[in-house]
Design a protein around this ligand. Structure first.
Ligand code: SF4
Length: 109
């Protein structure tokens, strides 16, 4: 008959239990919480952003901006709904403002 109560067996079971609990906890965290926040895009430091008239406030964007256009509804925007900032395919490694805009805007289909 196997010894189900040996200290070694209890330690192994405790380790598996702790590992499982850790995996469940990490799996339940939002993906963005695990990723480091990206620096925000700025026209002061990014020549492409400046050339494309990027602004964090789409209401102040110059032509050809049209009312209702902002990063959150651009096909290049990769942020999640409801988040203030998110990645943009045109500016790898940087986050753009969900309420921003640039001349690279293309409506999300
Ligand atoms: S390409 Fe789209 S998501 Fe990226 S900065 Fe310009 S408007 Fe925003």
């Amino acid at each position: 008959m196997p010894d189900n109560h040996s200290p070694a067996r209890r330690r192994v079971l405790a380790l598996f239990g702790a590992a499982g609990a850790t995996a469940m906890l990490l799996g339940s965290l939002p993906r963005r919480a695990l990723a480091a926040a990206l620096p925000h895009l700025s026209t002061a430091t990014n020549a492409t952003a400046k050339a494309l008239n990027y602004t964090e406030d789409a209401s102040k964007a110059p032509a050809p901006h049209k009312a209702g256009q902002d990063c959150s509804n651009c096909m290049h925007y990769q942020g999640k709904a409801g988040e203030a900032y998110g990645p943009c395919a045109l500016f790898p490694g940087l986050d753009v403002d969900a309420k921003g805009w640039c001349a690279g805007y293309a409506v999300k289909s």
